[in-house]
Design a protein around this ligand. Structure first.
Ligand SMILES: Nc1ncnc2c1ncn2[C@@H]1O[C@H](COP(=O)(O)OP(=O)(O)OP(=O)(O)O)[C@@H](O)[C@H]1O
Length: 263
């Protein structure tokens, strides 16, 4: 696998959250949890099943509202913003290629990831058809260049549902890249992916980071965490357990105990 050559670029975290809480009925899914994601880093979020990782991700991207807590992106409070406003500020998350999207082509999936382009509103299509056409062409070119970079250009017109697990993951990330993000939240990029393609995906993530992107990644595959991450945050029972380098975290007795105790 490729080597991780992380050089921190700034001391202020790109994304930070403190005191996040979320209760579902009687279940305290996330309790006073926080995180810091440094600019230019690949940061991991791990924890046993049911630790609250997905809920925490949903809170960070505001797909669900926290009961309490603060989230800042580039020093700006975002916990009251809508996901599309947060995307405009540079933070996007990946979404699985759901059933409805499987029946669309790979290219159509990519175009869904583009933000704020002309042609989204009917009056733009009627009043500025040339502008809409030229922007659509630019978006298609951009989508094709991303697809080419991940080896999916030949699949552009195929149904997304026909892609393998790993190709779907690449499409998910490609779709996120269409929004020109600064930070991408990746939910389990290696889940359901064959080992050769996992290596491929890791290589792409390291390359995109080299190009200036920052990543926050939930992942159960520890090899992927060890290969990619500069810093890892561990959640257990909805709260922060430990954070540090992948090596420190992997050898921490509290982490081992949390995994053995719950799994
Ligand atoms: N919408 C919901 N309604 C009720 N309980 C929920 C809801 N979402 C999550 N939970 C509960 O909150 C806790 C944390 O779940 P969450 O899915 O965030 O954990 P996770 O760490 O992502 O787990 P996994 O690794 O298995 O995906 C679990 O007990 C879960 O059952």
């Amino acid at each position: 696998m490729m080597k991780n050559n992380y050089v921190p670029m700034s001391t202020q975290p790109l994304l930070s959250a403190t005191g996040l809480c979320k209760t579902f009925g009687g279940v305290k899914a996330v309790q006073h949890a926080g995180i810091e994601v440094a600019t230019g880093s690949i940061t991991g979020l791990i924890g046993p099943n049911g630790a609250g990782k997905t809920t925490f991700f949903n809170l960070l991207s505001n797909f669900i509202r926290p009961d309490s807590g603060q989230i800042q992106l580039n020093g700006r409070d975002i916990h009251t913003m809508q996901p599309h406003q947060i995307a405009r500020l540079g933070m996007v998350r990946t979404f699985q290629v759901a059933k409805a999207l499987s029946r669309m082509s790979v290219m159509e999936n990519m175009l869904l990831g583009a933000k704020g382009h002309a042609g989204e509103k009917i009056w733009e299509v009627l009043l500025q058809p040339k502008l809409v056409q030229s922007q659509q062409r630019e978006l298609k070119d951009k989508a094709m260049s991303i697809l080419t970079s991940v080896g999916l250009s030949a699949k552009a017109n195929d149904y997304a549902g026909g892609l393998s697990g790993g190709q779907r993951k690449l499409l998910e990330i490609g779709r996120a890249l269409m929004a020109d993000p600064q930070l991408i939240l990746l939910d389990e990029p290696a889940a359901g992916v064959n080992p050769r393609l996992i290596e491929d995906i890791c290589g792409h993530i390291l390359k995109w980071r080299k190009d200036g992107l920052t990543f926050l990644i939930i992942e159960h595959n520890m090899d992927v965490i060890m290969t990619l991450c500069d810093r890892v945050w561990v959640l257990a029972e909805g709260t922060n357990l430990v954070d540090g380098t992948p090596n420190t975290v992997q050898n921490d007795s509290r982490v081992i105990e949390a995994y053995l105790g719950i799994d």
